[in-house]
Every structure is written in C-alpha cells, then in structure tokens.
Design a binder for this molecule. Structure first.
Ligand code: MSP
Length: 513
C-alpha cells in the first residue's frame, strides 16, 4: 500500500531577497520530506511565494514596478533558492497563479454559504509589514511610534469597509479540536500560548481590504480584495487542485501531515486556518510545527546592526551541506538559536570534517591501500562488531519516532554519536595491526566499518544529501535507491566488491577563512 505524506513550508513574501530565516524554514521541511521518502512514503513537499497584499504592492511601487512584474522577478529568486538549498520540493506555488485564484474564490464562496461572512466596518491597527490586524492591547508606543508588541513592526490606523469572518463563533470548536489532537500544535510550549489565546474568546476577523487593489477581488464586490492571509493559507490546498476534491492529489494528500512554519506566524496557521477550514467543511491539517528564530550573535538579524548572515554567501563559501547541517545541529528546532560564522566553522571542522568525513576518508583509503580497493567480505564478526552494527539497527524505531515528532536535534545527536562510535571502533580495533597478525580479523573489521558507514550515511542523507550521496554511490547505492530498509541489509556490501572513487567530502576551514 502506498503511504502518503504531505509537508509544506510557509510561502515567502517576495518583497526582498531571501534571508537565513527563509532558508531555515525550507531546510527543516526538506529534511523531514527526505526522511519520509527514505521510509518509502510518497511525499509531496510544497513551497512557494505569497505575492498579494499591501506589503508587496508598496514594495513594487517603491521599485517603480508593476506588482505582477515585480513578483515575477522576485519569485524567481525564491525558486532558484530551492535549487541552491538543494530542496526536494515537488511543487512551487505562486499565489498569482490561476490554480490558486480558483481555489481562494471557492473558499470564499464556501464561507459565504456557511453564513460565516458579513459586511461591516473595520477600524483598528494594521501592520503592513506583518499583514496583521492588532488590538489596542497588542501595540505599544515607543518614542511616539506605535508598534506591535509581538513583532516590533510599525502599525497604522485603518478605517474602512470590510468583510468579516465570524471567528468568534469557532472558539469552542477550536478548543475542543486542540484537546482531541494534543499534537496538532508543536512544540508544546507554543501550543499553550495558542490555546490560552483561543480560550480567552476570539474576535471576528477582518478578511477584506479596500484601500489598495493588489489581491484577489472579493466575488460580487470587486472594490474589496481578499485579506492576504486568507488568500495565502489556501495555497496549501490550491496545490492539490482544490476545489476538485475528487482529484487524486487532493484525495491522497489532504489533510497535510505537517505545516512547518516560524513561531511568528503560528496564530495564522493554528487558529485562523483551522477556523477557515472548519467553516468551509474541510478536514484540518494534522500538525503545525512552529520553529524558533535564527538570531545572529544573540540578536535579531538586521541591516542596521550589520549582523546579517546571508545564506547565499555562506553556501558559496562553505557549501550547502555545511549550512544545512550547521543550522539544524546548532539551533534547537523549537527554540530561538544564535548562529555565528565562528560556530559554523567549528561545526564544519568538528562534526563534518573530523568526524563523519574523516571516518569515510580513512576507512576507504585504508581499503584502497591494503585491500586492492575491494571491500573485504567476512561473516566472522565478533561480539564487538555485531554490537556496533546492532546498536544502530536497533535504534531505528526510536529514530523514526524522533523524526515523526520533529525532534530533529535529538535525531542528529544520536546519529552523530554513531559516527563518533564508529571512529573509535576503527581506532581501537587497529586493522593495520591485524593485517599481519590476523588478516581474517582485519577483514571482519573492515566489513563491519563499511557496513556502519553505509548505515550512518543513510541516516545522515536527509540532512547532508550531497556528501552522503557521494559516499553511498561509492558502495553502489544510487541516489534513487537509498532507503531506510537498506540499513538492515548487509548484502549490499557483500555484493559490492570494488569501491568507487571518493572525492573529498568536507574540507577543514582554516582560521582566516
Ligand atoms: N508570507 C507569510 C507566510 C504565509 S504562509 C501561508 C510570511 N512570509 S515571510 O517571508 O515573512 O516569512 C516566512 C518564514 O520565514 C516564516 O516562517 C518566518 O518565521 C520565517 N523567518 C523569517 N525570519 C526568521 C528568522 N530570523 N529565523 C527563523 N525564521 C524566520 O510570513
């Protein structure tokens, strides 16, 4: 039976060039998507750009561009980022596409039909940069400027005719849903904030704007455009060919398994989106995971502080696997985490070059030098050989469950532990001494360590696909054939007699680099 898995990233505002926060959301989602594929799932991994709304219209105007042309250009930079980050997304959606427009109009019509929309007047605070409405108690006055307490973005007073969504009517249903689905919002610390917010009682939500035009017009009242968040959230089903709920894509992949997002947009995903779906009589996603923020030297990245770490520059200089590994190893997924060039270099040297890279390099060059580049075959494994292999094999159920619960840091810790252990095993077993003393024993050691390198490489593959693909292809596992099942299978090594060529995996970074 085919097992399906649907994972999404936020769709990014193409209002400027991609930064580390965008890279982070995407890399994290990509790692889960790749892992599920290794488990044999048919995975749909979606990303894209969120192109309507006042923020984009303003930015386009600032650049003297028509908003659509402006989005065409900037959306391309996000699409090309998917290549640079080595993302395995199967689709890239733009909210200016026809397929999306159709789907948003259908959602709107469903909400009208269910009696959840009414026309009134909005007066209150709005942040263009967050595309969010704020209550009086959510803003503060700093040096005469009104800003949002949560995001720090400036807010402006808005008074206009607006359609409202009866969000207030859904507080109870949402609360019940959170109770019944305790893992809908993760991590748990974030969930509690949302639950409290909803339990307090929700206010109706303004879902149309009239003071600008860049958006999807409200059906039958085109002086309004649909609020950009109602528009944007719908992307997750537009990509499944909604409104055609008989379409296989929709049938196979909705509800989504997990929306990966940043903590700043949790309310939209864990409160508004499920309420819209409930009103539209559609199933709710299974999980929303809100990751923390990437900080630079403990501070929010900003141009004025001059502490912006540009993902493209880093990838250019150090490599994509290096950035992927560093971001997910060093930053605890649910929390904010600080990154710095200094730590990045240490991480590349210690974990990638000295640990996993060194393990592969020294084992394979030993085999090349001493065994005519042929993997020695041996079935005479002793207890310590078997223990090394079994430790990893037996931990598979735990590793799978860690990934299913987005406990990525713990997963990496365990896998890196295996790599340390394998290095130690190689040192302690001294195949170089056994070569003269007991060649049979040397064969058993080499067989064991190559088998273990294969297994560690499979487990690291979702995180550092480029390097592990190189290693696995040396031992005859092509990219398309990598799977978790191959961890249990030592016949691959047994059938592979000669090693391919290994390129350098990770270069150590010297101090002045
Ligand atoms: N367009 C909306 C999302 C709509 S989803 C239906 C949006 N776009 S965004 O481009 O502003 O941000 C996209 C993601 O980047 C968010 O998940 C946000 O949390 C993440 N990040 C932006 N800066 C970040 C950091 N410094 N660190 C980590 N992620 C942060 O919001």
């Amino acid at each position: 039976m085919v097992k399906n898995f649907y994972i999404t990233t936020p769709i990014y505002y193409p209002s400027g060039k991609p930064h580390m926060g965008h890279a982070y959301s995407s890399i994290v989602a990509d790692i889960f998507a790749r892992f599920k594929r290794l488990e044999g799932y048919d995975v749909l991994f979606l990303t894209g750009t969120d192109e309507h709304g006042q923020k984009i219209q303003k930015e386009a105007k600032k650049n003297n561009k028509d908003p659509k042309l402006f989005c065409d250009e900037l959306s391309e930079t996000f699409r090309s980022l998917t290549k640079t980050l080595n993302l395995s997304n199967n689709d890239f959606i733009r909210t200016t596409e026809k397929r999306h427009h159709k789907s948003v109009v259908e959602i709107w019509n469903r909400l009208v039909k269910s009696g959840d929309i009414y026309l009134d007047k909005y007066s209150g605070w709005y942040s263009v940069s967050d595309e969010a409405f704020y209550d009086d108690d959510e803003i503060e006055n700093i040096n005469g400027n009104k800003i949002s307490k949560s995001s720090g973005s400036p807010v402006e007073w808005v008074e206009e005719e607006s359609y409202f969504f009866k969000l207030s009517a859904w507080s109870k249903k949402l609360t019940e849903f959170y109770k019944k689905n305790p893992n809908f919002i993760l991590p748990t610390s974030r969930k509690n904030e949302v639950v409290k917010f909803v339990e307090k009682g929700l206010k109706d939500l303004s879902i149309s704007r009239t003071s600008f035009t860049w958006g999807i017009p409200v059906p039958k009242n085109e002086k309004h455009v649909i609020y950009v968040w109602l528009d944007a959230l719908t992307n997750y089903i537009s990509a499944l060919n909604f409104p055609n709920t008989e379409d296989n894509k929709y049938k196979n992949f909705w509800p989504a398994d997990v929306h990966i997002i940043g903590k700043d947009i949790l309310r939209f995903h864990a409160v508004f989106w499920p309420a819209f779906l409930l009103a539209a009589k559609l199933p709710l996603p299974k999980r929303v995971f809100g990751h923390g923020w990437i900080l630079s030297e403990d501070k929010k990245m900003s141009k004025s502080l001059g502490n912006i770490l540009d993902p493209l520059e880093i990838i250019d200089k150090y490599g994509i696997d290096q950035l992927r590994y560093y971001l997910v190893k060093e930053v605890s997924l649910g929390n904010d985490g600080s990154i710095s060039l200094e730590n990045l270099k240490n991480c590349i040297n210690n974990d990638l070059a000295n640990n996993y890279g060194n393990l592969c390099q020294r084992v394979f060059s030993f085999i090349k030098k001493n065994c005519g580049n042929k993997i020695p075959l041996s079935s005479k494994l002793n207890e310590s050989d078997k223990q090394l292999l079994n430790n990893l094999r037996n931990s598979l159920p735990k590793l799978i469950s860690l990934m299913d619960n987005q406990e990525l840091n713990e997963y990496i810790k365990v896998v890196v532990g295996f790599s340390f252990e394998a290095n130690k095993y190689f040192n302690d077993s001294e195949p170089w001494t056994e070569k003269k003393k007991d060649p049979e024993r040397m064969n058993a050691i080499l067989f064991t360590i190559v088998e273990q390198i294969k297994n560690i490489s499979i487990l690291l593959n979702p995180i550092i696909p480029k390097a592990t693909n190189k290693v696995l292809s040396m031992i005859n596992i092509s990219e398309q054939n990598i799977s978790i099942d191959k961890i249990k299978d030592d016949k691959i090594i047994k059938n592979k007699k000669e090693l391919g060529n290994l390129e350098i995996l990770f270069t150590k970074i010297e101090d002045d680099n």
